[in-house]
Design a protein around this ligand. Structure first.
Ligand code: ZN
Length: 251
């Protein structure tokens, strides 16, 4: 109840002039949105700016501009399906570049191997999302602008997958543990990407696991919807139903 009242209070105030300027000049998707979604986007941004903790790490200077950009793209995913504004997510950590994260895994003969892995971002179930700013910039304004990739969509969609168990019915090889339409269509598309070797507009990284597949598909759905529709219209419809949005009409 208290949360509800605070949200009501927060969202009653308009964005500042500076925040509006950032939206128009630094958030390319904003200008493509149908007008009814623009206010909804502002509404979500206000909640995400107020409720989440943002931190610049590894020497990154956190600015209002960076916060608004991250909050804006995170808001696109929840324009219709609010997901309680990423309810359990508390912190968003932003690094200047890719970073090295310690990893360990068990080998087949039972030994634990430790090392480091280069990452652009990640989602921790503990309520933290980590992002690399240089990758965000390259994808929004730079040489990767048309790649269909978007790190912010990617990491925040992991949250949604986790919250709703969207890929929980598919194992690593793409075999299904449930037979609902959602699971069957995602599993088939995942197996295609993982095993068929055919050309795909979906990034190869989606072949890593069903969870990565869902996030990669989400990126393409919002960034290059015409490509996803062309490649797999069933998958497109599935995401359209889930997000209750149809980005192909936004251009
Ligand atoms: Zn991922």
């Amino acid at each position: 109840m208290l949360r509800f009242l605070i949200r009501k209070w927060i969202t009653r105030r308009p964005l500042t002039e500076g925040q509006e300027r950032i939206l128009r000049s630094k958030v390319p998707v904003f200008n493509t949105l149908p007008s009814r979604y623009k206010d909804q986007l502002r509404h979500c941004i206000k909640v995400l700016l107020y409720e989440k903790y943002y931190e610049g790490c590894g020497g990154l200077t956190l600015t209002e501009e960076k916060k608004v950009i991250v909050a804006a793209y995170a808001s696109v995913l929840i324009l219709e399906e609010k997901a309680d504004y990423y309810g359990d997510l508390q912190s968003i950590l932003i690094y200047p570049n890719d970073y090295f994260a310690p990893v360990s895994h068990q080998t087949e003969d039972g030994f634990i191997e430790e090392g480091y892995e280069n990452r652009k971002g990640e989602y921790w179930q503990a309520g933290v999302i980590v992002l690399s700013w240089s990758d965000i910039e390259a994808q929004l304004y730079g040489e990767e602008r048309k790649s269909g990739q978007n790190l912010i969509y990617h990491e925040f969609s992991h949250f949604l997958d986790d919250r709703y168990g969207l890929t929980a019915g598919i194992d690593h090889n793409g075999d299904t543990l449930r037979d609902d339409e959602w699971t069957v269509i995602i599993a088939k598309a995942y197996r295609n990407l993982r095993f068929s070797g055919k050309h795909s507009f979906l990034d190869r990284y989606g072949a890593e696991s069903p969870a990565e597949f869902f996030s990669v598909a989400t990126e393409l759905f919002f960034e290059r919807p015409e490509k996803l529709l062309q490649e797999n219209n069933k998958l497109y419809s599935l995401l359209q139903n889930f997000y209750r949005l149809d980005p192909i009409r936004w251009k």
